[in-house]
Design a protein around this ligand. Structure first.
Ligand SMILES: NC(=O)c1ccc[n+]([C@@H]2O[C@H](COP(=O)([O-])OP(=O)(O)OC[C@H]3O[C@@H](n4cnc5c(N)ncnc54)[C@H](OP(=O)(O)O)[C@@H]3O)[C@@H](O)[C@H]2O)c1
Length: 407
């Protein structure tokens, strides 16, 4: 008879409940791999259990409560007591990761967190282990399934943002309160964790600039199609001028970019480096059974030999102002000289126009263009000047465009 491997489960909601169902179904297989039989020996919920007792009765703690406290306190106390921890908590790691990883190293235990980023897509393992020697240059990610579903539906059906959001809520792809999904904060937390691993430098959620999709209109989608572009809420972590930029914002992609075809609630991450060119991982980004599968994968890894997140060896400067190409959407009076004046202001800031679509709408016209990359500060300075021109009928809208195409 093999030894029992005792698991304390903190939280038994969507993910914890699915984990509690999955574990017995896989226990025999795990026993064959590890020589130990995993068993849940204690559960803590708001309405059930005692943390000290759950801790005492376990070899490993699975934290699927979410949020900062009491999750942070429980995770720290578990590691201080010499227990491995598996968590799916992106908010916790993106705000207290260094404290938690230091605690894991100090106490010689594992802290695993595959499910915290992109659900079941194994990006943490790949960055931390498979690509540990790859010298990553840039990571792009679609790491929020709710917003990817909304943008995919807007592109597919021409519907408004509000209708696509209501649809996502009806299908269970969006929470009743979707604020942190649609404003980019959820994706920013995941990109902070990805950046920490890819660039071996501490990154706090506060250092990630983010912008959501609430202002995207059906119009943007239509013009984008004319320009051969598709819209995504894109996370980026990349080396810039010896520093590191980590950001989340809507961005247009050309059709041949590996992330352009990632539709619906899926997540995907593209990792670029000179030595590997480009690797894209994609799959379901959330859901109880899917996330539970990633949690259980971490439990099995923890049952085998140790691995840990080493201390950061670098402290790259976080760069805020980076170069980007832009899509610029303007409602203007339909009269001669408008395009020339806009182009002149852009030119004075060093922006050159790549492509233009112009459509007359009675007294008004829509002028939509893509400009070649320039520093964001310079582009927005030009947009402020353009917004003040007397022929503008509303504030211009700008969305970043990713120029790379992989063929
Ligand atoms: N849902 C997903 O698809 C998904 C995907 C990836 C990652 N995650 C992450 O997984 C974690 C859990 O998410 P979830 O969707 O499973 O959440 P959930 O359905 O809201 O479940 C939370 C569980 O934690 C318990 N809990 C809450 N506060 C507690 C407290 N103060 N003390 C003890 N127990 C407490 C709740 O207890 P009661 O049962 O008594 O209410 C519930 O069992 C989060 O970090 C989330 O970001 C979720």
């Amino acid at each position: 008879m093999s030894d029992v491997f005792r698991i304390g489960l903190l939280g038994r909601g969507t993910v914890g409940g699915a984990f509690a169902e999955l574990l017995p179904a896989r226990a025999a297989q795990i026993e064959a791999i590890t020589g130990m039989r995993p068993v849940i020996t204690g559960v803590l919920r708001r309405s059930e259990g005692d943390f000290e007792q759950v801790l005492e009765d376990s070899d490993l703690i699975v934290e699927v409560i979410g949020g900062i406290e009491p999750a942070r306190d429980y995770v720290l106390r578990a590691m201080q007591a010499g227990k491995h921890v598996v968590t799916a908590n992106k908010q916790l790691l993106s705000q207290h990761g260094e404290e938690l990883w230091a605690c894991a190293r100090e106490h010689g235990v594992q802290l695993r967190f595959e499910a915290a980023v992109a659900g079941v897509v194994p990006v943490i393992r790949v960055l931390g282990e498979s690509l540990a020697a790859a010298d990553v240059e840039r990571v792009h990610g679609i790491v929020n399934g709710t917003t990817n579903y909304i943008l995919s539906e807007m592109a597919r059906t021409g519907c408004s943002y509000e209708d696509a959001l209501a649809d996502a809520q009806r299908l269970g792809y969006a929470e009743a309160d979707p604020t942190e999904d649609v404003n980019g904060k959820d994706a920013a937390a995941k990109m902070a964790i990805i950046a920490r691993l890819a660039f071996d430098t501490p990154v706090h959620l506060d250092q990630v600039t983010y912008e959501g999709i609430e202002h995207i209109t059906a119009d943007d989608m239509e013009y984008a199609r004319d320009l051969g572009l598709g819209l995504k809420l894109l996370g980026t972590a990349e080396r810039v001028d010896g520093g590191l930029s980590v950001r989340v914002h809507p961005a247009f992609l050309y059709g041949s970019h590996p992330l352009a075809s990632v539709g619906g609630p899926f997540n995907a991450v593209t990792i670029e480096s000179e030595s590997i060119t480009e690797i894209t991982l994609s799959g379901p980004g959330a859901g109880g059974p899917q996330t539970a599968s990633a949690v259980l994968g971490d439990v099995i890894s923890a049952m085998i030999p140790p691995a840990s997140t080493p201390e950061a060896t670098q402290a790259l400067e976080i760069v805020q102002d980076v170069e980007s190409a832009f899509y610029l959407h303007m409602e203007v009076a339909d009269r001669p000289g408008v395009l020339a004046q806009v182009a002149q202001i852009l030119g004075l800031q060093g922006a050159s126009v790549k492509s233009v679509v112009q459509k007359g709408l009675g007294e008004k016209a829509r002028l939509v263009m893509v400009v070649h990359p320039l520093l964001e500060s310079k582009f927005y300075a030009a947009v402020d000047l353009i917004a003040g021109l007397d022929f503008m009928r509303s504030r211009p809208r700008a969305i970043r465009v990713i120029e790379e195409e992989f063929t």
